[in-house]
Design a protein around this ligand. Structure first.
Ligand SMILES: Cc1cc2nc3c(=O)[nH]c(=O)nc-3n(C[C@H](O)[C@H](O)[C@H](O)COP(=O)(O)OP(=O)(O)OC[C@H]3O[C@@H](n4cnc5c(N)ncnc54)[C@H](O)[C@@H]3O)c2cc1C
Length: 433
């Protein structure tokens, strides 16, 4: 009698989870050795590092979204729509919330999805540290919907300024000078200028847009090399972006960001991009969590309290080096997904999973059309290589291309790249609506 297939369930089809189910589906479903299921609260996937470009309007969300149902059909896994709300670890079942339509009518009831091996990959969201006024008065850019909403509001504000023709200044503030914050500042600087060039003749972004980046730490890009921070700071200075460091934000109001030193930075549009935390549901699963709700895992990426559960990506507190954890980055999620393909194969063969070793390939910052700066690690001498300009931009773009390659295969990725290059010749460089 044939053995029943090993049931692998992955919760979260993001940068890491979607690559994992795609490869597991390709590898196991045809042979019938495993049944692979993806659970996600969303119906489509968008690679999260693109979100600040969606927010600024540098890319159109609809050009980059991938339908989970289509990917599931092409790569032989199942897709279950709905949010994780709990686990029955004794019965080995995932509890998935009911799904409702826009009017609140229930489309799908609560469901239970059984597993033999479970992978949790639900990512992270912005951490407002309980700061007053953030929820009411600031945008976060955690998902495509929020990024798109921000973009529409920004365009509307530019239309309004153009119609009013009164020269009033529109102050924008970004809280958090990590990679997301500084990249967003440069993208917004660029798109407001392109927007004005497309017929907003009474709107002068040079005089009417003021962008500030506010950081609690002593310098921008905390955690990244000094060289990157200094070069990026200089580009932002040249663009006229106001950079405020050593300013811990204590309140966000509708028209200002207030800091602990008593400073009030004017802002009609505030974007909160300071720090991450993981969804609250993770703290209710009976697994070990840390103060930002990440699930604590062993070097094998197994949850400390349950070897049948693996965790990957931003929501994993995975040990790395010098007492630090693997950083919450797309390249970490990508490497962990590759590692788990092998680990799950071993588990299915009755072997123990091996330890995951994160390899830091460096950091890249893309400042829109203005500059790209980065460091590559572990090349030639094993040291660090500084790169700038088109070379840095090429490496930056190739991160996304690698993700597309993992999801579509080489030839579809190559065709997709070519199609985008052609389309760029016939479409405006920013989304105008
Ligand atoms: C604006 C921005 C720019 C970034 N730029 C970079 C960059 O340049 N380089 C880099 O390395 N990293 C970057 N990052 C970080 C990077 O995006 C993350 O580290 C990476 O996406 C983490 O992958 P993940 O698979 O853990 O989670 P995600 O990619 O966040 O995916 C999580 C998935 O889980 C789903 N989900 C969430 N909650 C539930 C639930 N309760 N039930 C079911 N499904 C759920 C979501 O719908 C989503 O599909 C950036 C992040 C942001 C926000």
């Amino acid at each position: 009698m044939a053995a029943s297939p090993h049931r692998i369930v992955v919760i979260g089809g993001g940068a890491g989870g979607l690559e994992l189910v795609t490869r597991l589906g390709d590898r196991f479903e045809r042979s019938g050795r495993a049944q692979v299921t993806l659970v996600d609260r969303s119906r489509t996937h968008l690679w999260k590092p693109l979100l600040h470009e969606v927010a600024a309007g540098s890319i159109d969300i609809h050009d980059h979204q991938l339908d989970f149902l289509a990917q599931a059909m092409w790569h032989r896994f199942r897709f279950v729509l709905g949010a994780l709300t709990g686990l029955d670890r004794e019965a080995r079942e995932v509890i998935v919330a009911p799904v409702r339509d826009d009017e609140g009518r229930e489309i799908l009831p609560e469901r239970r999805v059984p597993y033999d091996t479970l992978v949790i990959a639900v990512g992270s969201e912005s951490n407002d540290f309980g700061t007053p006024g953030v929820r009411e008065n600031a945008f976060t850019i955690d998902n495509p919907w929020q990024a798109n909403l921000f973009h529409r509001r920004l365009v509307n504000e530019c239309f309004r300024a153009n119609y009013a023709n009164d020269g009033a200044v529109l102050p924008l503030a970004i809280v958090g000078a990590g990679a997301t914050g500084v990249e967003l500042a440069a993208e917004m600087h660029n798109t407001t200028r392109v927007l004005a060039a497309f017929g907003l003749e009474h709107f002068d972004p040079e005089r009417q847009i003021r962008i500030s980046v506010i950081e609690a730490g002593p310098r921008i890009l905390p955690g990244l090399p000094d060289y990157l921070a200094e070069s990026t700071h200089k580009v932002l200075d040249d663009l006229g972006v106001q950079v405020c460091v050593n300013e811990k934000v204590v309140e966000v109001t509708p028209d200002a960001v207030k800091t602990a030193t008593g400073r009030s930075v004017p802002s009609r549009f505030t974007i909160w991009a300071a720090g991450i935390r993981c969804p609250d549901v993770l703290a209710t699963l009976g697994l070990e969590t840390n103060r930002i709700n990440q699930l604590v895992v062993l070097p094998t990426l197994q949850a400390t309290r349950d070897p049948a559960i693996f965790v990957l990506g931003d929501c994993a507190a995975a040990p790395w080096k010098d007492g630090r954890n693997v950083p919450p980055r797309a390249q970490a999620a990508h490497q962990e997904a590759s590692h788990l393909v092998k680990s799950i194969s071993r588990v299915m063969s009755g072997e123990a999973p091996g330890p995951f070793r994160y390899r830091d390939f460096g950091s890249l910052v893309s400042l829109g059309n203005y500059e790209s700066i980065g460091t590559l690690m572990g090349f030639a001498s094993g040291g660090t290589l500084r790169i700038e300009g088109w070379l840095a931009k090429t490496f930056y773009v190739s991160l996304y291309r690698l993700h597309i390659w993992a999801l579509y295969g080489f030839w579809r990725m190559a065709l997709d790249t070519l199609a985008r290059m052609i389309r760029r010749q016939t479409h405006p460089r920013v989304k105008l609506h």
